[in-house]
Design a protein around this ligand. Structure first.
Ligand code: AMP
Ligand code: MG
Length: 524
């Protein structure tokens, strides 16, 4: 076994001199050293073969005791100096002060094939940043993080990755609905992997403390390692960094809207500086397309992080990052210009993305109305987003005799309750489909070509909330087969997989209001 350890964060940035693992406010430091907690009886549940290879480990190594020891936190390798980072954040719109890696411990950075990967154990015990919590994670939320990070990657959405999922053998007390019904669950550790886990909050903490020295050190570090085209130590470099982070965040959110992903907790401590989807907590997937939907029960009244609000929140978060960076830039105008640019860029990219979902290559002004009408009509009844867009590709632009009899035939499977399709709703759909087919006439490409393009942006398989829940319930009983089945399925989300057709289906009724499916909390 050989991991090419090449640490930078804990080598180049100021460390907290206190090595005691006690909860505290940490000043003048980017991180604190901390050793993972020893699990009582680690057991391997699942490994992403791709990430194994990416970090330079062999297929055989995953079955060794050594692998289990390392990625459960039982043992560390020589040359590793694990640490938890210090960050703050705005939670639900309010500054929350110091947060930090409360249950994430960075093992090391490795370089393989010229790619830097930070390896981070989530759920491996308390750190100075654990505040009032235990530093642990449960199997349920760890399965969700492991499967979803890998699934998002294969959907083409920028994301942190997941190497492994292990059981610790320890029991963890959780009150899932925060209603006084705490119960023990199986503890687990996921090894997350990303070039860097830097968040907006890592910069905000120094800005609110007026610690310009460390803010500058961290910004320069970030530029040096992750934005090598920019110039560290310069105002222009800092402004460009903000522009890069803004652009990447914009792209990431456009992807979320494309696939129907709702993050659930877009606090600034959960926003990656590299524009990666990070911190898979109470996230969820749109089943019925619904602009107002949020999976997060903690947010059910305010719905701050609802589907349609994600771009606006991304912008709000970027504004917080901008004001933090402005402490060392001291020129608000260019930063404001970048934020204004986000609105324009997002609208353009959203339009391009929605056109591509509809199979439209030309850009025509009236598409805006076609798209906004679709978004309105699709919400008149409960309509499955994934099935709708996937099946929309089967329309023929010159019409079809079968569709003349029933114009909704290609998309009918997407409707949850046929009785909701009243005369008025049917009329709306018929009007929209008519306009859509006329619009397709303006396109050069054939039905076959368009279908291929549409299928490359409209996934057939996503990690529907109930699918993850089924894998969790089986795993709780010791059967991990569904975890691997879903992992394999979601490696090819755009491909027809006839043996897996069962997963191309609307959410079953039992999952409609079930905890873990439509209702999730931050308890994890
Ligand atoms: P989240 O909303 O899950 O991203 O977490 C917000 C903050 O709470 C972060 O600083 C986490 O590290 C911390 N946190 C969440 N769960 C735990 C836990 N079980 N133990 C310690 N810290 C936690
Ligand atoms: Mg977080």
């Amino acid at each position: 076994m050989h991991l090419n350890i090449a640490d930078t964060f804990n080598k180049e940035l100021p460390a907290d001199p206190n090595r005691n693992n006690t909860r505290r406010q940490v000043h003048d430091a980017c991180f604190s050293y901390v050793i993972p907690r020893k699990p009582s009886k680690p057991q391997l549940v699942h490994v992403s073969e791709e990430m194994l290879k990416a970090i330079g480990l062999s297929h055989e190594y995953k079955s060794t005791e050594h692998f289990l020891q390392l990625f459960s936190g039982a043992d560390i390798l020589e040359g590793m100096d694990p640490y938890a980072t210090c960050y703050g954040g705005h939670q639900f719109g309010h500054w929350a002060g110091q947060l930090g890696d409360g249950r994430a411990i960075n093992l090391a950075e490795v370089v393989n094939d010229n790619q830097r990967w930070a390896l981070q154990l989530k759920g491996a015990g308390e750190t100075p940043y654990s505040r009032s919590a235990d530093g642990l994670a449960v199997l349920r939320s760890s399965i969700r993080e492991h499967l979803c990070s890998e699934a998002m990657y294969h959907l083409g959405v920028p994301t942190t990755r997941s190497l492994s999922l292990v059981l610790t053998g320890d029991q963890v007390l959780r009150d899932i609905l925060y209603d006084g019904n705490a119960a023990y669950e199986k503890g687990a550790v996921v090894c997350r992997v990303a070039p860097s886990f830097l968040r907006f909050g890592n910069f905000q903490i120094f800005a609110t403390r007026k610690d310009l020295k460390n803010l500058r050190l961290l910004v320069d570090y970030t530029i040096r390692h992750f934005f090598p085209g920019l110039k560290e130590g310069t105002k222009d470099g800092y402004i460009q960094l903000f522009k890069e982070v803004t652009d990447r965040t914009c792209k990431m959110v456009v992807h979320w809207q494309r696939v129907g992903f709702v993050h659930g907790v877009m606090n600034t401590d959960n926003m990656s500086m590299l524009g990666l989807t990070i911190d898979y907590g109470p996230y969820g997937w749109l089943e019925g397309y619904d602009d107002n939907w949020t999976p997060n029960t903690t947010d059910k009244d305010q719905r701050r992080y609802r589907f349609a609000n994600q771009p606006g929140i991304a912008l709000w978060n970027l504004a917080q990052l901008g004001s933090a960076l402005n402490l060392i830039i001291d020129d608000i105008a260019p930063l404001q210009e970048i934020l204004d640019g986000f609105k324009k860029d997002y609208t353009e990219q959203y339009m391009y993305m929605m056109r591509s979902k509809l199979g439209l290559q030309l850009a025509i002004g009236s598409d805006q109305e076609l798209i906004s009408e679709l978004v309105r009509i699709i919400q008149l009844t409960e309509t499955d987003m994934t099935i709708f867009f996937r099946n929309l590709s089967t329309y023929k632009k010159d019409g079809d005799t079968q569709d003349d009899i029933d114009p909704l035939r290609p998309i009918r499977d997407a409707f949850y309750s046929p009785e909701e399709l009243t005369k008025e709703v049917l009329q709306e759909w018929q009007g929209w489909i008519g306009t859509y087919l006329q619009r397709l006439q303006k396109e050069q490409s054939s039905d076959v070509e368009r279908r291929i393009r549409m299928k490359a942006v409209n996934p057939k398989y996503v990690l529907r909330n109930y699918m993850a829940q089924m894998a969790i319930e089986k795993a709780d009983l010791g059967d991990y087969s569904l975890i691997d089945e879903l992992y394999q399925l979601l490696k090819n989300p755009y491909k027809e997989q006839s043996q897996h057709e069962v997963w191309f289906a609307k959410r079953p009724e039992w999952a409609r209001n079930k905890v873990g499916c439509s209702m999730l909390s931050c308890s994890s």
